[in-house]
Design a protein around this ligand. Structure first.
Ligand code: AMP
Length: 567
């Protein structure tokens, strides 16, 4: 693990992509077969592979206690160190270094041993038992290695490892074509397994298997119909942008599972959809959205939210807020009801849609639990603007515009899909700090400071602060969560673990030195909590810059006249 930590430091120290790739490739090539998949997963800033449901389950309070005990340092030592670097991993390294902490002379923990400890922490019951395992691990580690372990635990590598870089490093390490690495990564959804296959020259054997969720294809934001047509035209496919919960459906025989955007199994929350997908004459994987739907009408997202996080929902709530699955894509299919499915990812959308329609899903209108996304083909700017207005009239958020020739690229914010949203944009941000509110909100943590991600450095950069627009019950719940996940207290202000994603609405973006991003929002308000969205998918500084530039060109660019007059 010492080398992993040193490699992470070196990768973070250079901004050159080619250098980052070389450092990583050399490291990966040198690893033994047992350490390779683990080290690769750690480089994604996760203790376990993405599709693995497990978490270590130790909060900041627990981690702080462990580090202070190992260092024998004063209670506020870690907080003070954090103030200097604003980075938890660096703070931990600093505190242990200042305490003169020495690693175990018999050897520091290896990458595989760290992983083993993470597994045991996950399985341990109670904070004390979890802390004891970590304490043992940190006691054996050098300050630098401990910093590396914290990077993985916190999910904040901060070494500027952008999407695709790790795959490029694997390709280089084992001298395999990048395309083959990408393809295996897409099919297995597991970077550790992909690294092993590359090492063994077995990338071609990668398979798509049921109940092994794939990453979701993402869309890039766009506001201007002309720009969208120029990028995806001459003919584009336009679907309504539904405001529900993204889900991947896997099924064969009577076995059905639904996976959320962060690849968690959410089948238990939506039993009616699971039941409605049993015993169909095909096996395969669909992409789509869960929507609350009653008597032919889509219910607002707020109502659907009441179903989130409720395992085994009561018959009462199921009757009040019934859920259907709107499908728009099929990722893999096999009519033999086998666990291995034939991937369709590289086939054009036109073919995938045809395959989807051929499934003859039991439709909601006929008592089933499915719908197909509303789809029209458009070949002019005016046509696109009219479609946008129609989608808004159907009370949808906006449009998803898709290139009919595009393949499905899991985990990529590719250019095959563009989202054309409501006139005033919202940004998905992560809460990094909270404060107690004023007046009625005295005593609860209701003021949130939030950040977007600077992709170049991997850092979270603040962009604004808003009074929470959440309900009192939500604020009370969130207050408890923030209290348990506070990193540092500065008077009224608490630095918190960056894990809560919020959708922030605002009127205007301005340049400003007040926040680290260099931008500020006018009249920001928290429109929604987004528990369905992982922190890795929050908006980036580049998106903020694009929105800002768009505003400089005048509002016409953002609010197309056609769309506005028809709303
Ligand atoms: P956003 O959450 O704003 O980044 O927008 C992307 C999300 O839009 C996806 O993750 C889906 O949950 C959702 N979405 C709604 N309708 C569609 C559609 N027709 N095609 C693809 N994604 C859609």
């Amino acid at each position: 693990m010492r080398r992993w930590s040193e490699v992470a430091e070196r990768v973070g120290a250079t901004t050159k992509t080619s250098e980052k790739t070389s450092i990583l490739a050399e490291y990966l090539a040198s690893l033994d077969p047992a350490d390779l998949p683990v080290a690769a997963v750690f480089l994604t800033g996760r203790p376990f592979p993405e599709a693995d449901q497990r978490t270590v389950g130790i909060g900041w309070a627990g981690l702080t206690g462990v580090v202070l005990r190992v260092a024998g340092a004063a209670p506020d030592a870690l907080g003070r160190a954090y103030d200097r670097s604003s980075d938890v991993a660096t703070a931990v390294t600093d505190v242990l270094r200042e305490a003169g902490h020495a690693p175990d002379p018999a050897g520091e923990p290896t990458v595989a041993e760290v992983r083993d400890a993470f597994e045991r922490v996950h399985a341990a019951q109670g904070a004390a038992a979890k802390a004891a395992i970590l304490e043992d691990l940190f006691a054996r580690a050098s300050p630098e290695t401990a910093g590396g372990i914290v990077k993985v635990l916190s999910g904040e590598l901060r070494i500027g490892l952008r999407g695709g870089l790790l795959e490029a490093a694997i390709a280089k390490a084992f001298d395999r074509p990048l395309e083959d690495v990408k393809r295996a990564g897409m099919l297995t959804g597991d970077i550790g397994r992909t690294a092993t296959l590359a090492r063994e020259d077995r990338l071609a054997t990668a398979e798509m298997t049921l109940f092994n969720p794939l990453k979701f294809m993402l869309a890039s934001p766009a506001e201007d119909a002309a720009e969208i047509m120029a990028r995806l035209g001459p003919t584009v496919w336009v679907e309504d942008k539904y405001d529900g919960i993204r889900a991947q459906l896997h099924r064969t025989g009577s076995e059905v599972r639904l996976y959320s955007r962060d690849l968690h199994d959410i089948s238990g929350q939506f039993p009616e959809v699971v039941d409605g997908a049993r015993d169909l004459p095909w096996a395969g994987i669909l992409d789509g959205e869960l929507l609350a739907w009653k008597d032919g009408v889509v219910l607002p997202f707020l109502q659907l939210q009441a179903r989130l996080g409720r395992k085994n929902p009561s018959p009462e709530i199921r009757a009040r807020i019934p859920v259907v699955y709107v499908a728009w894509d099929v990722l893999g299919m096999d009519r033999d009801a086998d666990a291995v499915v034939a991937p369709l990812l590289e086939h054009p959308l036109t073919e995938r849609r045809r395959a989807l329609e051929a499934l003859q899903l039991p439709l909601a209108e006929e008592g089933g639990r499915f719908a197909l996304s509303h789809l029209v083909s458009v070949d002019s700017v005016e046509g696109l603007e009219a479609a946008f207005a129609d989608a808004r009239a159907r009370r949808n958020e906006g449009l998803m515009v898709k290139d009919p020739q595009s393949g499905y690229s899991p985990g990529r914010r590719g250019l095959g899909w563009l989202k054309m949203k409501k006139a005033l944009a919202t940004l998905d941000c992560v809460v990094v700090g909270v404060e107690v509110g004023h007046g009625k909100r005295h005593g609860v943590l209701s003021d949130y400071t939030f950040a977007v991600r600077d992709e170049a450095s991997g850092d979270l950069v603040t962009i604004g602060k808003a009074y929470s627009g959440l309900t009192d019950a939500e604020i009370a719940d969130m207050t408890k969560w923030f209290e348990a996940h506070t990193i540092r207290v500065h008077g009224r202000y608490r630095v918190v673990e960056p894990a809560i994603v919020v959708e922030v609405a605002f009127d205007v973006i301005m340049r400003s030195a007040r926040h680290k991003s260099g931008f500020a929002l006018r009249f920001p308000r928290i429109a929604n909590l987004r528990p369905d969205k992982p922190v890795a998918e929050i908006d980036t500084l580049a998106t903020v810059e694009r929105l800002y530039e768009g505003l400089q060109h005048g509002a016409e660019h953002l609010v197309t006249a056609g769309a506005r007059s028809r709303r």
